[in-house]
Write a protein of this length. Sequence first.
Lengths: 350, 244
Amino acid sequence: MKALLARVGVVRAVAFFGVLVIVPLVTGQIGWLTNALIFTIMYAALASSWNLVGGYAGYPSLGHAAFFGLGAYSMAIVFNGSVYGGYLPFVMLPLVAIGAALISLPIGWVAMRTRADVFAIVTITVLFIAQTLAFNFNTVTGGAQGKSVAPAPFDVSTYNWPFYYAMLTLLAIAMGISLYFRRSKIGLSLATVRADEEKAHGVGVRVTAVKLIAFAVSCGIVAMVGGVWAYYVGFVYPQFAVDPLITIGMVLMTFLGGRGTLWGPVLGAFILVPAQEFFAFTFGASQLYLFAYAAVFLVIMLFLPRGILPSISDRLRKKRAAANGILRDASDAASAVSAQPAAHQTGVTR
Amino acid sequence: MSDVLLSVDHFTKRFGGVTAVNDCSFSVESGSITALIGPNGSGKTTLFNMITGYLKADSGSITFNGETITRPRPADLYRKGLSRTFQQARIFPELTVIENLVVAAGYSWKGLFGKRVSLDDEVRAQKMLHEFRLESLAQLPSGELSYGQRKLLEFAAVLMSEPSLVLLDEPTAGVNPVMIDTMERHIRERNAAGVTFLIVEHDMQLVMRLCNPVVVLDQGSPIAFGAPATIQTDPLVLEAYLGS
């Protein structure tokens, strides 16, 4: 049973990424489709990264868009004049990640001395400070006029592909790190921080260190995503690069799919981004689509308050427990996992 | 045998106008099972929180294992061999029973990046599970345990780091009589193996048969110290409990 479950996880991952790798090759470049896919994958990567902090550590950061903007502006500033053959911006992304992670450390160190709602407010302040800087630091950011990235010299018929695969790679990285967290003591330590930070101190968990690791890694990936985004859209304005809606997107999608799960943030993104695009299309240029967007979220939260994946796995567990008459058997499949080094299903089934 | 393992020196803590702990000093001898008793509100739990670094003392310090510490921090103390349990059995409900043990066992920086539960961890944890007869529950989310089982698990978890001193805050409060016996047996076994205990407890029968010496706290300071038999007849103690 366990061996089978282990394979289900691997098969699911291979199928998911396999399909996404092949889609563009099959459909060719259909403007609206590839564009929608790029944004969906982008949000899946953002939400997966946010989940490292907001889900695993239980620290609901609302400031992540500041790091998205940081990545976007780095691209626009460095590649303002030329993109040197087109692929150099992608190659430089790891540097963006390292820079953003280093900048995030002191911010995280201060902000993570607070918890829960206070932490959310402190981090949203970071976002607004970043936005104010972007608006007013004219010499560097170009202020309200924004800053452009030089256009990529890619062939028109396959222009989107490099961006598409770059986003997909970032999603794979985010999910890979997410999976690694779950299977390492980092994840175990983060789980104690989320459950009872005081008690975690009391059993010697290196609380500050694991919180900062999660925060820095998360901000680093988000900055890389911001970098690719800037290169793709070609123009960086303060109100779009450092946008509260980007933060809110990451949070909503993670909540919707299930916080602290591997696939939850991805599922959330694959529901909400297409829904948003559809509503935006239906209701035109008005901001009415935001109502519809919120409605989808509210309805699901009403019926599946812990998010889709945890609610479903809870229900399955209860059903199986009732069928077996023994609670333990059901829990065994879902959570034996981490105690069984050989089992692979941890991350993937929950 | 009469080495002092922990000494509390002139601890004071005020909450607004209330002095919860008032110039409190006492010591715990290595190898003893020392009880800390006193009427409700006498400052026992406050004192526990100060010793373990959860509450900052207004003044005073502790000396643990020969090292004087003025600002104790929970995680540092735990790594130095001083661990504690809480009155309301605090475990990590989302983690499995075995994970609760593994995370409390302590690990190096390198270990932090290693497997969530390595084979080594599992061997260590299994030993503890065996000692506490919790083997059959190893893979269960600990949130599904009964209250008494949670108390046992919390106790077992803080033993994973092989502490020299364990502070137990009401280890038998709210658990059934059988569990009280179980808890007592584990404390005795571990004590025989060299672990020192400081216990806050309201069950006087248990205190009288298990602990020696006994420290009696009233209004934030110790009023009596000695063997259980002497404490029972001490007029100051009787007055504190029964009023004059």
